[in-house]
Design a binder for this molecule. Structure first.
Ligand code: KIV
Length: 295
C-alpha cells in the first residue's frame, strides 16, 4: 500500500506537481467528518463544491445555493483539515454583479470559511476581469471550464462539451485565458480526452479533470457519487468505489427491526443504577408519610 503523504499542500506545491507529479487527488467534501477522512487519507485538494446543493441539500441544480450555505459548509470542512488545500466554490450570483462584490464574497471564503482559495465557473471576458480582481486582492482562484453546471438554464441539460472543433478550441482558449488572468489551476469538466490533453499541454497550471480523461494533472469526483451514496442518475465518468447507499439502507433496516422486535437497546447499550439505589425505587420500599407529618 502506498504511504500517506504528510506534506502540507500549498499553491506552489500544487504548481510543482504539474512538472514532477504525482497526480493531484481531489474530492468534494461538505462536512466535518468527511473532510477529516479525506485529509487523513492524503487527498491533496478538498473542494467544497456547490454540488452540495444537489448532493446534500436536495436542490434540483446548483443555482439556488447561497453564500451563507457555502460558508456554513466550508467552515465545517476547514475545521477538520490540517494538510489538504481547501477550495470554496463561488455559488451562482455571488460573482455576477460587480468586481467589488465578487472580491468581497470571495474574501469571505478565506476570512470566515478558512479556505485557501476559491473556484469560479466560466471564462468570459467579464469573468476573466473578476479573476484578475480576486488575484489582485490576494485570493487564489481556480478556474472551471467545459461543462459549467451553473449555466444549466442556458445549456438545457448536462452534456459533454467541446465535441466539435470550435467548441474544443474555445475550451483550450478559455483555460489559457484563465491562466493569464492569474488562476492557479483549472477544473476541466465533461469533455473528450483529447481536448483535456490539449489543455493540459497548453497551460502551465495544473488541470483537474472530472469526466475529462486521464491526461489531466489531477482528478476530482463528487464524494457521494464515488461512494455510491448519491441516488439517481450518475454520469458515465463516475467510478463507484463502494455502495454506501446499500450499506446504509441495510444498517437502518437492521436498526428498525431491532427496535421493533425489542433487541435494541440491550444490556450492553443501557445504563444501570447501583443495586442499593435501585432498591430505593422499588414501590414496597417507598415509605408512606404519617398523616399530618410534613415531608
Ligand atoms: O461543485 C462541484 O462539486 C464541482 C466539481 C464537480 C468540480 O464543481
Amino acid at each position: 500500500m502506498a504511504s500517506i503523504p504528510t506534506d502540507k499542500i500549498t499553491i506552489p506545491a500544487l504548481l510543482a506537481r504539474k512538472a514532477v507529479g504525482p497526480k493531484i487527488v481531489c474530492l468534494t467534501a461538505y462536512d466535518h467528518p468527511t473532510a477529516g477522512i479525506l485529509d487523513e487519507t492524503g487527498v491533496d485538494l478538498i473542494l467544497v463544491g456547490d454540488s452540495l446543493g444537489m448532493v446534500v441539500l436536495g436542490y434540483e441544480n446548483t443555482v439556488p445555493v447561497t453564500m451563507d450555505e457555502m460558508l456554513h459548509h466550508t467552515r465545517a470542512v476547514t475545521r477538520a483539515v490540517t494538510r489538504a488545500l481547501v477550495v470554496g466554490d463561488m455559488p451562482y450570483f455571488s460573482f455576477h454583479l460587480s468586481a467589488e462584490e465578487t472580491v468581497r464574497n470571495a474574501s469571505r471564503f478565506l476570512k470566515e470559511g478558512g479556505a485557501a482559495a476559491v473556484k469560479i465557473e466560466g471564462a468570459s471576458k467579464k469573468r476573466l476581469k473578476l479573476v484578475e480582481a480576486m488575484v489582485e486582492a490576494e485570493i487564489p482562484v481556480m478556474g472551471h471550464v467545459g461543462l459549467t453546471p451553473q449555466s444549466i438554464h442556458h445549456l438545457g441539460r448536462y452534456r459533454v462539451r467541446g465535441t466539435a472543433a470550435e467548441g474544443a478550441r474555445r475550451i483550450v482558449d478559455d483555460a489559457r485565458n484563465l491562466e493569464r488572468a492569474g488562476a492557479f489551476a483549472v477544473v476541466l469538466e465533461s469533455m473528450p480526452v483529447e481536448v483535456a490533453a490539449e489543455v493540459t499541454r497548453a497551460v502551465g497550471i495544473p488541470t483537474i479533470g472530472i469526466g475529462a480523461g486521464p491526461a489531466c494533472d489531477g482528478q476530482v469526483l463528487v464524494f457521494h457519487d464515488m461512494l455510491g451514496f448519491s441516488t439517481g442518475y450518475l454520469p458515465k465518468f463516475v467510478r463507484k468505489y463502494a455502495d454506501l447507499h446499500a450499506v446504509i439502507r441495510g444498517a437502518v433496516g437492521a436498526y428498525a427491526a431491532d427496535v421493533r422486535e425489542g433487541r435494541f437497546p440491550d444490556d450492553a447499550t443501557s445504563y444501570h443504577l447501583k443495586p442499593e439505589v435501585a432498591a430505593e425505587l422499588r414501590p414496597e420500599k417507598v415509605r408512606t408519610p404519617k398523616r399530618g407529618k410534613k415531608i
